[in-house]
Ligand binder design. Structure first.
Ligand SMILES: [Zn+2]
Length: 307
């Protein structure tokens, strides 16, 4: 009972127990609005990110990857029939940086979306129309609400960080081997749960460059589609091998014992929402350097002309 309650709280975002069945097939995204009216809202996710249309926000900070670097003391992996979810049970990290997020946020879980095979696209967000193989979502909740289940439908409830997953690695990405071995060991069927003794930090799963990212206000990408999420989507993708992608596409089963595939929602209309971007130190540095150069050149020229 206790375990069921805890799990329910951790994954309420994705599988509310009180509500209608949904999936990515016959009860797919185009039908969700019938049972979950919020799914027809005006600030839905995911979206296509237009890199040129996004407005540069100089106030967005350079993200220190050490934020993600503390391994939980207790975590578990679960197949909820829609995704592969790693729930953080104890020792969660929190983010308390007013320049990065408008509220203090604590990690609740992370999970994945992926395609039907390694050559297809299965990310939720797209970037200039490009759909990557998959996407990793790290779900944080506003600590003032106490837990993710309470925060999930509040307008300032959640902060989700998303990373694209690209199939672009000649060998297996070793950072993912522990997780995938644990999944092979017993999280392939719907409802399977595996307590993890050897915990690892989210940081180990992330790409090297976290400096360039996009920010907008949106929703959960699964029912009930609450418009409660401040989204941060990173430009640099995670890279895995073809065989690792094939594992995700083939080994994790849904309620009908078929592999979970294409578990992504189509992109939603922006409806006038603004997307902002952080460009990292190099772009900012370059433009500053060229301004300094111009200033020096103009000073030199003007002093020359006055003679
Ligand atoms: Zn997700």
């Amino acid at each position: 009972m206790n375990i069921i309650f805890q799990l329910g709280a951790a994954i309420a975002v994705f599988a509310p127990s009180y509500s209608a069945e949904w999936d990515y097939k016959s009860s797919g995204p185009y039908t969700w609005g019938a049972d979950y009216p919020k799914c027809t809202g005006q600030s839905q996710s995911p979206i296509n990110i237009g890199t040129q249309e996004a407005e540069h926000d100089k106030d967005l900070p350079i993200i220190n990857r050490r934020i993600f670097d503390s391994p939980p003391t207790k975590m578990k992996i679960q197949n909820n029939g829609h995704s592969l979810v790693v729930a953080i049970e104890e020792g969660a990290y929190s983010i308390n940086d007013a320049t990065l997020l408008p509220f203090e946020a604590e990690i609740a879980q992370f999970h994945f979306h992926w395609a039907r095979n390694y050559q297809s696209g299965g990310s939720e967000h797209t970037i200039d129309g490009k759909r990557y193989f998959g996407e990793l979502h790290a779900v944080h909740y506003n600590t003032k609400y106490g837990d993710v289940a309470t925060a999930v439908d509040k307008s300032d409830g959640l902060a989700v960080f998303g990373w694209f997953i690209d199939v672009d690695y000649p060998q297996d990405n070793q950072d993912y081997e522990l997780l995938f071995q644990l999944v092979k060991g017993g999280v392939t069927k719907k409802g399977d749960v595996s307590q993890i003794n050897a915990t690892f930090s989210l940081e180990t799963l992330l790409p090297a460059d976290l400096t360039r990212y996009y920010r907008y206000q949106g929703s959960l990408t699964t029912p009930g589609c609450y418009e409660s999420v401040v989204w941060t989507v990173f430009e640099e993708p995670i890279r895995i091998s073809e065989s690792q992608a094939s594992f995700l596409s083939g080994a994790i089963m849904d309620s009908a014992s078929m592999p979970i595939q294409d578990n992504f929602r189509p992109v939603q209309a922006l409806n006038g929402r603004k997307v902002t971007k952080a460009l990292g130190p190099y772009s900012g540095g370059r433009s500053t350097a060229s301004s300094v150069f111009l200033l020096v050149a103009m000073t030199f020229l003007s002093s020359f002309c006055q003679k």
